[in-house]
Design a protein around this ligand. Sequence first.
Ligand SMILES: Nc1ncnc2c1ncn2[C@@H]1O[C@H](COP(=O)(O)OP(=O)(O)O)[C@@H](O)[C@H]1O
Ligand SMILES: [Mg+2]
Length: 239
Amino acid sequence: MADPDILINIRALDAGYGGPAIVRGVDLDIRRGKMITFVGPNGAGKSTLLRALYGIAKSYSGTITYDDERLDQSSALDRYARGIVFVPQGRCNFGQMSVAENLEIAAHRIPRAERKAAREHVFELFPVLQERFTTLAGNLSGGEQQLLEMGMVLQTRPVCLLVDEPSLGLSPKMQADIFANLAELRDMEMTVIAVEQNVREALAVSDEAAVLVQGEIVMHGPADKVVEDEGMRRAYLGG
Ligand SMILES: Nc1ncnc2c1ncn2[C@@H]1O[C@H](COP(=O)(O)OP(=O)(O)O)[C@@H](O)[C@H]1O
Ligand SMILES: [Mg+2]
């Protein structure tokens, strides 16, 4: 029935936190195994749309369909069980615990017998976490902490990674590394949905982009087309 290339289908979605809708009338198809980035001004509702996909902002009306099943009213835990993971903005690992302990805590829902393999999988993705295995998370560089955040959720080998401003607060070099890592996950056929303020850098590795303004998608298309758009350049990229 539905297009097999589409993992998530969003139709007429209104979402928020119990008050007025923050995200309004969103229609979007998210392609399987691709990377899409939400961009737009501060307060546009990018994080809220991402949270609505994970079920921590509320879908008021409209639909979110995931692999042909309705998702919009299911819990975050249910979405996690179905292969969607969420990395919120900011670092929220436990700074006073080691990389190993942080990974272990995040693996508590994985059957015990599979945890070692899950961790190995993360070390293959991000070898630096293996090198820093016994280091306190709080002593990692910002970029390494972001990799730890992602590593913690990637232990479950998710289908879809939702990540909010992963490059925030990182040096340009570390930002470039994070974007390269996201592109690598996408190349491994993970569906990556990111929110980013570093528009040019993020869109350089994205397949698609959606621009949000005041809770609505005002532009959506291939990332290279969006980045070339005149209005977009004027608004976000300094001409
Ligand atoms: N937990 C919350 N409860 C109520 N309103 C919120 C909450 N989080 C964000 N908002 C409001 O939603 C709007 C959009 O915020 P957000 O989705 O964080 O935008 P963006 O990520 O694009 O900067 C803002 O007006 C913000 O104040
Ligand atoms: Mg945000």
